[in-house]
Design a protein around this ligand. Structure first.
Ligand code: PBE
Length: 267
């Protein structure tokens, strides 16, 4: 017999990602706000979530995930965001570049590149998709840079060359940030800096910039997703502004599922 409700069909589970992600906090809020008492948010990682999605999708089975844009999953699978009438996931998000205080004085050329870095969801999508198709993040970044010399020239315009100085960038292993961080790292390297990439959790990423042990990160999702960290460390970092517009987070399901709103999870 087929399950009576969408909850039963997925065992009342929402497939989440790493516990430090802002989308996990928003989803815990959604469970409260929409009164989804029986539901559980399952922790994991971005990679584990997409593996579960693929497995369900291939069998046309129901699944509910914490999703975001830009992400290659939307080009690989037919997916939809569940409507969020209470606005728990906010509206449009932007990705900001967050630098440590003092970086401008210490490494002006690197600072200039980080400050001038902007690209589009389509640009990021190209890098994410080639990683998904089997390229290493480094290869995918190199290929994108080779094909986008004009854009890269805008980022490096008037930037002082480095002389082997070290630049520490932190990132979380979210597909979007793997793409951006590898691209910017290579551009900084080509300018003469020695870039170290550190993969960390979201909390330490923000804390590292605030305590100066990290020079910058490219993963500030605002105004909502990382609001807590942005407020907690206010004054202890410099927001270099938006690198990408048109980001979004929410609950995502395959289009073949017969629900459209988070409110439908109550039925
Ligand atoms: N994300 C991707 C992150 C920010 C980048 C939406 C999974 C988060 O929820 O914190």
């Amino acid at each position: 017999t087929s399950p009576a409700t969408v909850g039963e069909s997925v065992d009342y589970k929402i497939t989440g990602i790493d516990p430090g992600a802002g989308i996990m906090k928003a989803t815990a809020t959604a469970i409260e706000e929409y009164d989804l008492k029986d539901w559980k948010l399952i922790e994991g990682s971005g990679a584990a979530m997409t593996a579960s999605l693929k497995k369900a999708y291939d069998k046309k089975e129901p699944i509910i995930i914490t999703g975001w844009t830009p992400h290659w999953m939307f080009s690989k699978f037919d997916l939809k965001y569940l409507e969020d009438p209470k606005g728990v996931y906010g509206g449009e998000e932007s990705i900001h570049t967050i630098a440590r205080n003092g970086l401008k004085a210490d490494l002006p050329g690197a600072y200039t590149v980080l400050d001038q870095f902007t690209w589009t969801p389509a640009d990021m999508g190209i890098v994410m998709s080639s990683i998904q198709d089997g390229s290493s993040p480094e290869e995918a970044a190199t290929t994108w840079i080779e094909g986008n010399a004009e854009k890269v020239a805008e980022w490096t315009k008037d930037a002082a060359k480095g002389n082997g100085e070290e630049v520490n960038l932190a990132y979380v292993a979210w597909e979007s940030e793997i793409a951006s961080t590898n691209v910017v790292a290579q551009v900084l390297e080509s300018l003469g800096y020695k870039v170290t990439l550190r993969q960390v959790e979201a909390g330490p990423m923000w804390a590292g910039v605030a305590d100066g042990s990290v020079d910058a990160h490219l993963a500030g999702w605002l105004p909502l997703t990382h609001k807590d960290q942005a407020e907690k460390f206010k004054g202890k970092y410099e927001d270099l502004g938006v690198s990408l517009k048109g980001a979004k987070t929410g609950l995502v399901v395959p289009k073949y599922m017969d629900i459209n709103s988070i409110e439908d999870l109550k039925k």
